[in-house]
Ligand binder design. Sequence first.
Ligand code: ASP
Length: 599
Amino acid sequence: MLKSHSCGELRAHSIGQNVTLAGWVHRRRDHGGLIFIDLRDREGLTQVVFNPEVSPDTHGIATGLRSEYVIQVTGGVSKRPEGTENRKLPTGEIEVVASSIKIFNASKTPPFYINEEVDVDESLLLKYRYLHLRRASMRDNIMLRHKVIKYMRDFLDTRGFIEVETPILIKSTPEGARDYVVPSRVHAGKFYALPQSPQQLKQLLMIAGIEKYYQVARCFRDEDQRADRQPEFTQLDIEMSFVDEEDILVLLEDLFTSLVETLTPHIKLVKPFPRLSYTEVMDRYGTDKPDIRYGLELKDISPIVADSDFGVFKSAIQNNGRVKGICLPGCANYTRKQIEELTEIAKGLGAKGLVSMEWAHGNTEGDLSAQVKSVAAKYLKLEQLRALMDQFGAKPGDLILIAAGDLNLVNKVLDELRREMARRLNLCDPNLMAFAYILDFPLFDWNDETKMWDSTHHPFTAPFDEDIPLLDSDPGKVRARHYDIVCNGFELSSGSIRIHNRDLQQKIFSILGYSKEEVINKFGDFLEAFEYGAPPHGGIAPGIDRFVMLLTNSKTIRDVMAFPKNQAAIDVMTDAPSYLSDKQLEELHLKVLDEEKSK
Ligand code: ASP
């Protein structure tokens, strides 16, 4: 190689050696005659000194060095003079005294600092992604991501899994998003779809007898880019034959626990992973992806306030809604403005408002109704107020926020407030990864817009055997053999035991509203495969980007992907998507409706 050592490698025991280093000029300091540079490569930084007395020519060249020049330096490793060691740097005891230098390439002044992690507009970071990736934080993320994927591969290999690649040009697999499609040149008017996941393919691999499959699989979903999503992302896709839920849950718990403990030992885990039912988490947290690092749990006070005269509560309950709230310890001194801010969050999600109750601190005079400040207080009997405070486990000094109305809305609002307040109260320990399994999901969700059932997970998820009779009578009550892994408030992965019987699979499609022709057209071959000895099977697919984001405590998944797209699904660096030429369009048998847009 063009270097004998990396820039992170030299130590006191290397003193006296002659070495050659190569890398980028990280920082340069001119100290009256002596020039110092920190030379950087992937592995770290080494101080290089250019002394005119050692080599005037080399020193002369070094006067022209600027940040991000790529150079090669040869010289002797010396002990740094007493008092100038840098204890923060692994190579901080030594320096290389340069005897020769070669400049491989100059560099323009970068559009942002590489040697400092200062905030810069993200579009600039994305446009010059290759420069952003030079920053230490990004380099560390990308290197850890590599280790994570390697760990996953090795772990699964020792458990008898084989990695099988599946095609990217396929026929659509439904995962609840729109497909990205690729027009066929050879077959006019026909399109491939990019996989939303390799779901059907991995099931076919089970039918093929692979038994234990995994793949570091790229998935593509054309979704509105709200929240922290990417049009393409990576899953650790897993499928196993002859298993039930327990096998998959234990496997994944072993994988995540040993991975975190090996690669990021500073991160604490909650062990064993708690297992919570869907009903329980919706009750306690208002969401199926709760952050269980902190409490602030939701309490249902509907039974307590059911016969109160407070209009907001009364009408919610009369209209089959619920009254739920959260108790915020020590927040009774929140100002009107702070409470308004929280109310705005609730309104932004569709709520009419919030009811707040402040149990004033230190005010123990008079009965409870005199101590609690709230528009609702005077409509509640003393016993009701007491029961309500008991239900929340509230103490003087606490603030209670209550939402009333449709249960889904109430849950959504309180989930958001709970997350917001945990941030404000600093309750999210960044060094804790609180995994949990969520179980017993309903098989179907009612879609109010289309007035049809949707799959909660995907159509291939098996119902519990004992719930199969309900498919005809009460589909909403059918429980799925579906499990999610959540971590710190994010859904990390979904999986399920699958249907492996043609008739049942067909029945599910018909409940989902697919016509017979559609089923044959979209899934005919898949269904036929079920008739050739399909084994019982199940799987899961943890999102690797999201997992590495949590592991590195990054703010977005973009920080753990080498070349992500921005929030509008644009690759700012290469400017994709882009227009096709008329010739390309013609070859692909395509016509762009908006003439302006074809170039
Ligand atoms: N294909 C599923 C998904 O992408 C995962 C699975 O069921 O294994 O969520």
